[in-house]
Structure formats: structure tokens, C-alpha cells
Design a protein around this ligand. Structure first.
Ligand code: R5P
Length: 312
């Protein structure tokens, strides 16, 4: 007998959860998630989960610590209520930027969070564009790691741009940019980024040619916007005729949209792994939804069908 498929949503991205539920035509499970007066998270799953195949949707975006703890407590609730299988659907995996030690006495926060999610009760992870692919290996449970690149590529293709070059804003972005280049049949350029301190980016050089081209700057996330804006200014100084930024996760820390609005970037293409406030939806920001992708992945996991077919 196939187990019942149940979806619950934390408060991290209720709109995305609702869109996934609408695509699947399965109502969101009933859960009470709020705070005690002292700020602790309080959770009660009101739908019966015994023996069910449960999916808890929660990106660990801002407020990061609150969303993370909420996810952990929801997982614990499902585990203690005897769900048969529990998948943590984490469209944006926060705490991913400290995924290795670069100096003495640093933590590996991405591994700590992987441990927490597993101990809390997840049997499986479904996520999109981890900051570093190696994070997948921090889990000893199956990880279905989806890519937004096909979705972004389709949208870029529909813009009918001629003379495109795909630009990796730093070495961490090269693999993703190369794959996008193959999809769009466009050449690659790589920027040499330096971070003198956290959240400050400087571009020191470039491999490749952008003169006369529309540069598609591809990254996994835009946080303060520093990397993207510095890169765009550098590309334009080096002869690019236009710069379009594409990134999976609009972290948009520190009201980054105000800086993006003033920047020379003509178009910012992101997805809805992270919800954006209305003020962030400035004219040049366009959001592509990952709801169809996640809904299809959930269905395939539930039916024990291949998920990799989704990003071929
Ligand atoms: C860095 O390795 C990431 O891929 C992004 O480029 C970076 O985190 C973006 O941060 P910000 O927008 O603050 O420069």
C-alpha cells in the first residue's frame, strides 16, 4: 500500500508552499507554528502523519535562525508522530557559506546544520542549488539536489539575445556558468574575485572576452549585491554592451534591491526559493517560480521515480 503524501509548510516561504500544494492538488497539512512570549518556537502538527510520506517545506532564509529552528522543530514533531518517511524540502539552504575552514578556529556551519536537520528527523533532503555541491556529502541521508539552471536558461533563451557570454563572477561559479553556456551555446568568461573581508567583493581580473557582448552574470545567490554589481561595472568597463544578472537565490541582504536599482545591470533574474518583500520587486527584478520543479520532484520521490530526469 502506498503511503499518504502530506505537505507541511513552515513560515519561511508560505507562498511557495501554497504554489507547490496547488500544483500537486494536495492541501497543505494543518500545522500551528508560532512563538511563545519569550520568542521560543512552538509547533503542533494537527494533521495525522502516522505512517505517511511527509514533506516539510522551509527555506532557511532570513530570519535565518528562526526559520532553521522552526524546520528542526517541525521535523521533530513529524518524527515523534511516527511519519514513515520525512523529507526536508529546503529550497534555499542557508548557513552554506561556511562550508570549509579557510582560517584557524572557524566552524563548518554547513555541516553543523546538516547534522541538526538529520538528528531532528529528516530521512531525505530536497534542495536547490547548494552554495557548494560538496555540502550534499555532509548528509548521510539521500539528498535530491535540483538545479534552477534549466529554468533560468529557458527564460534567458526566450529573451532572444544575440552575442551572449556567460560570466562566472568567481571561481565557485565556474561549473554552473559552464553548464549554462552549454545549454545556451554561449562562450564563458570568468572573473577573478577577491574578498578583502566578509560581504565586500573586488574584481581583480578576467579570463575570456566580453567586448560587444550581452554578459549573463550567473551566480547561486545575490546577497548584498556587492559581487554582482562590482562584476557588472567591471564587465561594462571592459566593453560588454549590457549585463543581465541571473541567480537562483535572492537573499537580498541589507535591502540589496536599492543598490541593484541604482546599478547598471539591466535585468535581474531570480527564483522564488526565498520570498521577496514587495519593495524588492523593482522593475528590473523578475522572479521565475521553482514551484513546478519542486512539486514534480516531490511527486517523483513519493512514487519512487527518477528525480535526475528533471535536470537533464
Ligand atoms: C559567493 O561565493 C557566492 O556565490 C555569491 O557570489 C556571494 O555570496 C554573493 O554575495 P554578495 O551579493 O554579498 O556579494
Amino acid at each position: 500500500m502506498q503511503q499518504e503524501l502530506l505537505i507541511f509548510s513552515g513560515r519561511g516561504n508560505s507562498k511557495l508552499s501554497q504554489d507547490i500544494s496547488d500544483r500537486l492538488n494536495i492541501p497543505l497539512g494543518d500545522a500551528i507554528v508560532n512563538e511563545y512570549k519569550d520568542g521560543e518556537t512552538s509547533v503542533q502538527l494537527r494533521s495525522d502523519v502516522r505512517g505517511a510520506d511527509v514533506y516539510i517545506i522551509q527555506p532557511t532564509c532570513a530570519p535565518v535562525n528562526q526559520n532553521l529552528v522552526e524546520l528542526l522543530i517541525m521535523l521533530d514533531a513529524a518524527k515523534r508522530a511516527s511519519a514513515k518517511q520525512i523529507t526536508a524540502v529546503i529550497p534555499y539552504y542557508g548557513y552554506a557559506r561556511q562550508e570549509r575552514k579557510t582560517a584557524p578556529r572557524e566552524p563548518i556551519s554547513a555541516k553543523l546544520v546538516a547534522n541538526l536537520v538529520t538528528v531532528a528527523g529528516a530521512n531525505r533532503i530536497l534542495t536547490i542549488d547548494l552554495h557548494a555541491p560538496a555540502i550534499e556529502g555532509f548528509f548521510d541521508i539521500p539528498v535530491d539536489h535540483l538545479r534552477a539552471e534549466p529554468l533560468l536558461a529557458d527564460r534567458i533563451r526566450s529573451l532572444n539575445l544575440s552575442n551572449m557570454v556567460i560570466v562566472a563572477p568567481d571561481e565557485g561559479a565556474v561549473d554552473r556558468a559552464a553548464k549554462m553556456g552549454e545549454r545556451l551555446n554561449a562562450p564563458l568568461a570568468i572573473l577573478l574575485k577577491h574578498r578583502p573581508r566578509p560581504d565586500v567583493a573586488e574584481v581583480r581580473g578576467m579570463v575570456g572576452e566580453v567586448r560587444g557582448c550581452v554578459a549573463i552574470l550567473l551566480d547561486d545567490l545575490i546577497s548584498t549585491g556587492g559581487t554582482t554589481i562590482q562584476a557588472a561595472e567591471f564587465l561594462l568597463r571592459n566593453g560588454a554592451k549590457d549585463v543581465i544578472a541571473a541567480a537562483t537565490h535572492p537573499v537580498f541582504a541589507n535591502i540589496a534591491w536599492t543598490r541593484l536599482a541604482q546599478s547598471p545591470i539591466s535585468h535581474v533574474l531570480v527564483t522564488d526559493t526565498i520570498p521577496l518583500p514587495k519593495e524588492a520587486l523593482i522593475d528590473k527584478v523578475e522572479v521565475c517560480s521553482v514551484a513546478p520543479l519542486l512539486a514534480e520532484a516531490i511527486l517523483r520521490i513519493h512514487q519512487h521515480r527518477s528525480v535526475s530526469a528533471l535536470f537533464r
